[in-house]
Design a protein around this ligand. Structure first.
Ligand SMILES: NC(=O)C1=CN([C@@H]2O[C@H](COP(=O)(O)OP(=O)(O)OC[C@H]3O[C@@H](n4cnc5c(N)ncnc54)[C@H](OP(=O)(O)O)[C@@H]3O)[C@@H](O)[C@H]2O)C=CC1
Ligand SMILES: Cc1cn([C@H]2C[C@H](O)[C@@H](COP(=O)(O)OP(=O)(O)O[C@H]3O[C@@H](C)C(=O)[C@@H](O)[C@H]3O)O2)c(=O)[nH]c1=O
Length: 292
């Protein structure tokens, strides 16, 4: 008989945590999930993290907990570092001591965006924002404190849940006649639903090639392209204007180019990754269903 794998999810009420929750019914009984939010388990509190992991004997921990406000992180840098570095260090140390495999989610924003070919896992991180810096510090804590980890960098996450660009566009599209969106930042939108399925696949396959991985949907887009497709697929008529980032000043800088190379994860998991446009159709359908 197959042994049951016990999986702890931290930050379970956020966008990705909710996307994982929405598919656990499709997973067979060989994986058991325990979802926690920041009230049940605050990752910045080492005692709580240790007690939780030590008492409950988990095989895996998926860390979805993070500080994700890119623009507020400048004013809130202590909090961003507390959650994205110290909190992650706590998890790494407790996972190491309890022999729990850690699946940690990181970001394309660890890169400076100066490349014009997709970033490999081995390319140099050089974040241009406090958020990106805090996430990179978190990655370094994992590498320093444990061996059995997967750091999965993803990009432009969106879904029917939580706060994200897809939902902002649907809201603004319904409220306004005209919208301006930047076309000089290029990356890949990623369905949180697709990422959730990939994380579960890593666990069910029992992958042992630990390390850093890149995962996004296939293809390349600017935020303008993404917005344009969101409006087209959702039959929203709005005058959409392409602008440069300097015409949309924000507190935090974003990488100009953050497309990631996904060859490694495709090979290890035998993955066929959907193009971002087909995932956008699926997410739009989930969003419509959730609102019915
Ligand atoms: N969103 C995106 O576009 C992208 C996200 N990522 C990464 O993916 C991961 C998931 O992101 P996403 O789901 O969108 O983020 P969300 O902001 O939707 O969710 C983050 C969750 O973390 C929780 N949290 C915050 N502080 C703590 C804490 N001290 N202890 C426990 N939980 C805490 C929050 O709970 P509460 O609200 O109660 O504070 C929230 O539920 C993050 O690591 C993020 O950096 C990577 C690339 C793109
Ligand atoms: C809402 C809006 C945004 N924009 C621009 C601002 C910004 O440069 C870009 C993206 O907007 P947002 O601020 O919604 O997204 P942002 O918070 O930059 O998204 C990032 O979040 C973190 C957590 C990550 O890890 C990244 O991968 C990435 O997804 O689009 C417009 O040009 N027009 C608009 O109306």
């Amino acid at each position: 008989m197959q042994a049951i794998k016990k999986v702890l999810i931290t930050g379970g009420s956020g966008q990705l945590g909710t996307a994982i929750k929405s598919i656990v019914h499709t997973v067979n009984d060989s994986i058991q999930f325990k979802f926690t939010d920041s009230d049940d388990l605050d990752i910045t509190n080492y005692e709580s993290v240790w007690d939780f992991l030590n008492q409950k004997n988990f095989d895996y921990c998926i860390n979805c907990a993070a500080y994700t406000h890119v623009d507020k992180a400048g004013d809130d840098s202590d909090l961003a570092l507390l959650i994205n570095e110290e909190g992650v260090k706590n998890l790494a140390q407790a996972c190491h001591k309890t022999e729990t495999v850690l699946l940690h989610i990181s970001t394309d924003f660890v890169f400076d965006g100066q490349q014009n070919v997709p970033y490999l896992e081995t390319d140099r991180a050089n974040p241009v924002s406090i958020y990106g810096h805090s996430k990179f510090k978190g990655e370094q804590q994992i590498v320093r404190n444990m061996e059995r980890y997967f750091i999965i960098r993803t990009s432009w996450l969106y879904s029917a849940y939580g706060h994200n660009f897809f939902k902002s566009m649907l809201k603004y599209g319904a409220e306004r006649n005209q919208l301006s969106v930047v076309f000089d930042q290029v990356g890949t939108p990623t369905s949180a639903h697709d990422l959730a399925a990939v994380l579960i696949k890593m666990i069910s396959k029992g992958v042992k090639d630990y390390g850093i991985y890149h995962y996004s949907n296939e293809g390349v887009a600017s935020w303008y392209d993404f917005a344009s497709a969101i409006f087209e697929i959702n039959d929203i008529s709005v005058n959409l204007r392409p602008i440069r980032s300097k015409e949309y000043p924000l507190p935090a800088e974003r990488p100009a180019y953050s497309v990631m190379d996904k060859s490694k994860i495709k090979k290890v998991l035998g993955l066929d990754i959907p193009h971002w446009t087909s995932s956008l159709v699926e997410v739009s359908n989930v969003f419509k269903k959730e609102r019915e």
